[in-house]
Design a protein around this ligand. Structure first.
Ligand code: NAP
Length: 280
């Protein structure tokens, strides 16, 4: 496994299991299978309505809690002080754990000053209920505001990132500020588009790795963490194996040159297409 080392020395596995849509008995089974095969990083959210299943999968597994890096997220409706704290506490209860390794603001909400959310996050970190704090879906101006508040470190910004949405400016800013960028939908949701891209397919054939592995490896080599979701044991294993090979610089550059602009998650609080920071 490849690890990201936070400025404070803590570590996060660069490949995690995305769990959106993994629900019910099947959801718990997928989490258990993932842990059994070597995943040590799980990504969930209050709104995924699967925290109990994630907790059950962890409880069934032989892997100890300390070995697992667990992320959950607070809904944008719950960003004011009291609700943020209550949301985290409810998540902990559903996950059946005393702490999460990373607590994220799921989406920005311009109606709540970020300073207020950061104060609540700071409290949770002080109480040991969240080891780290981060954000998700923050375009650069929002991220700058959170960084500028200088209340607590922003461990990561989790955003849509894949070969068809290469947000180079945002990545540059994150690297500069030592904020880990985490790619959600790293396979472009797995349907059409990214996985059918002719350049990725040609590279895949040339190096004997699957298209999904090529896409994930390209992200990892850019210093981006990935959280592909799969309900299939073989595809989970395939995705985890993206840690095990190198993509030659020349091949990575061909993906870099794709210059597509396809944002798959089309809900956004505001008119992001017109926001100058959105694709920067
Ligand atoms: P994704 O991981 O890019 O793609 C998942 C899809 O790809 C599934 O349909 C899966 O099908 C398929 N797949 C997985 N591995 C594959 C492989 N090796 N080859 C071919 N197909 C494969 O998309 P995502 O679920 O949208 O994103 C991943 C995770 O990011 C989510 O689960 C969630 O944890 C997180 N996320 C966060 C946000 C946010 O706002 N912060 C938004 C979206 C997602 P099978 O299950 O059948 O394998």
């Amino acid at each position: 496994m490849i690890y990201y080392v936070f400025p404070d020395g803590g570590r996060m596995p660069m490949i995690g299991l995305g769990t959106y849509g993994l629900r019910g008995e099947d959801g718990a089974r997928c989490v258990l299978e993932a842990l059994d095969m070597g995943y040590r990083h799980l990504d969930t959210a209050a709104t995924y309505e699967n925290e109990r299943e994630v907790g059950r999968g962890m409880a069934l597994s032989q892997v100890s809690r300390e070995e697992i890096f667990l992320t959950t997220k607070v809904d944008r409706e719950d960003l004011c002080y009291d609700r943020f704290i209550a949301s985290c506490e409810s998540s902990l209860e559903r996950l059946n754990t005393d702490y999460v390794d990373l607590l994220l603001v799921h989406w920005p909400n311009r109606e709540v000053p970020i300073e207020e959310t950061l104060r609540a996050a700071q409290r949770l970190v002080e109480q040991g209920k969240a080891r780290r704090f981060g954000v998700s879906n923050f375009i650069r101006p929002y991220l700058e505001e959170a960084v500028g508040a200088d209340r607590l470190p922003i461990a990561t910004n989790q955003v849509e990132y894949h070969p068809y949405l290469n947000q180079k400016g945002l990545l540059r800013y994150c690297l500069e500020k030592r904020i880990l960028l985490t790619a959600y939908s790293p396979l472009g949701h797995g349907k059409g588009h990214v996985l059918n891209d002719p350049v990725l397919q040609e590279i895949s054939q040339r190096i004997g790795r699957t298209v999904a592995q090529v896409a994930l490896r390209w992200l990892l080599q850019k210093g981006i963490a990935v959280i592909p979701k799969s309900a299939s044991r073989s595809r989970m294993a395939e995705n985890l194996a993206a840690a095990d090979f190198e993509l030659e610089e020349g091949l990575a550059q061909r993906i870099e040159a794709l210059e597509e602009r396809k944002r798959l998650i089309d809900w956004w609080p505001g008119d992001f297409e017109k926001d100058p920071g959105a694709f920067e």
